[in-house]
Design a protein. Structure first.
Length: 139
């Protein structure tokens, strides 16, 4: 009966640990979803207003230089400026994606800790099992 109770206790503890990890995972999923929607909304609004500002700025520069001979130079410089800005933003996005912590980092860290604890328990139980076997063989 003690063995059955011990197995039941271990199973209950294991189930409790799994439930805790799943709750943590679901919280992180919810946080990531909220963060993603928020960031996408802000990015869309920023792109919309930046595009409108860029359009008005380009028209202003084109109208200012249109009566002069430098109109094509001005338009070419605007195109170069926009291209460089676009490349800079692409570099920034790439850098942000590479340097951000991995999603669900807390869950992964907790699972690593659990694995370490299980490995330690396995290492501790091995030396205890050897003397018992020897005592049984001697008897």
């Amino acid at each position: 009966m003690a063995l059955r109770q011990s197995v039941g206790d271990i199973a209950g503890t294991l189930l409790s640990v799994v439930c805790t990890r799943l709750e943590l995972f679901s919280l992180e999923v919810s946080e990531q979803k909220t963060r993603l929607v928020k960031v996408l909304g802000m990015a869309f609004a920023a792109l919309l207003f930046l595009a409108l500002a860029l359009l008005v700025f380009s028209i202003t520069v084109a109208l200012f230089f249109w009566p002069t001979e430098q109109r094509y130079l001005a338009l070419g410089l605007l195109a170069l400026l926009y291209g460089l800005l676009g490349l800079g933003f692409l570099w920034g996005v790439r850098r942000a994606l590479l340097l951000e912590p991995a999603p669900f980092a807390a869950t992964l860290e907790e699972l690593r800790r659990d694995m370490t604890v299980v490995e330690r328990l396995g290492e501790q139980s091995l030396p205890e099992a050897e003397p018992r076997r020897r005592r049984r063989a001697d008897s």
